[in-house]
Ligand binder design. Structure first.
Ligand code: F6R
Length: 261
């Protein structure tokens, strides 16, 4: 696991975009995994800026979302597909038809989850997966107690996550759907490269458990320790509870120019 602690949150965009762009440079048809929420926004802004300047093209990529609320109409501004369209896809040269998310409106949700797994597999798997972390250590919507081998399925959001996400629903936790479809921890662990972004003091405890704690379903993000290629991008506040922070900083400062993510 490469832990990158940036002194300036502004650097999160370029560093995260570099990590994604390296895959697209190697393979213009790379399959991207996209997270919603606030954490990856700077990365998305930077990717959009690079596309605008003609430095990067994602036109031949495909993308899969991590998760989707159950029951939100497709045109609801907070459905994850709508969010990703607004925050990213509309600003890129990537056609929205190449972006797929779990079908949170499907009549048969279990079948929709199985179809989603199949679609990812048929695309050849995800090359680079962006991730954020919940204050309770969730990745995608794999809440504490989730199987570390889980696949895409329906989950119930915790009260904590609904409180955390109420800011997108007029401040009202009751307006946040109770259920979602989410890639499982096992699904996420199959992506080739995981790029996690965590910002702010509220994430510090979860980041500590993810990077330095015991691997446990109580902190689902700790499963990332089992993946051979993970980049964790942090601001100083999110990194503030890391015991080996000095070492991570030294390793980043001494990283050879030729070494990619
Ligand atoms: C979003 C997702 C969630 C978020 C997490 C952090 O697709 O899967 O795991 O990444 O809840 O959210 P933010 O970044 O808003 O703090």
């Amino acid at each position: 696991m490469e832990v990158v602690i940036l002194d300036d949150a502004e650097r999160v965009g370029p560093v995260g975009a570099d990590a994604v762009a390296q895959h697209v440079r190697r393979n213009p048809e790379a399959v991207l995994g996209l997270a919603t929420g606030s954490s990856p926004l700077r990365v998305y802004q930077e990717l959009a800026a690079r596309v605008r300047r003609g430095e990067l093209s994602l036109a031949r990529c495909r993308a899969f979302l991590l998760d989707e609320y159950v029951g939100l109409p497709a045109d609801h501004p907070e459905s994850y597909h709508a969010v990703i369209r607004r925050e990213l896809v509309d600003r890129l040269d990537l056609d929205d038809s190449r972006v797929l998310g779990p079908a949170g409106l499907a009549e048969d949700l279990a079948a929709a989850c199985a179809d989603y797994e199949l679609a990812i597999a048929e695309a050849g798997g995800i090359d680079v997966q962006l991730l954020g972390i919940g204050t309770d250590g969730h990745i995608a919507f794999n809440e504490p107690g989730s199987s570390l081998a889980s696949r895409t399925r329906i989950k119930t959001l915790t009260a904590q996550t609904r409180r955390d996400n109420a800011r997108f629903f007029g401040g009202d936790p009751e307006a946040v759907p109770h259920h979602c479809l989410t890639q499982g921890v096992g699904t996420i662990l199959q992506a080739g490269h995981l790029v996690m972004v965590a910002l702010g003091q509220a994430k510090a405890e979860a980041v500590h458990h993810m990077v330095e704690g015991a691997v446990s379903a109580m902190w689902p993000a700790s499963a990332l320790q089992m993946h051979p290629h993970v980049t964790v991008i942090l601001d100083p506040a999110a990194a503030s509870r890391l015991q080996l922070a000095d070492y991570y900083r030294e390793a980043w400062a001494a990283k050879p120019d030729w070494q990619e993510f």
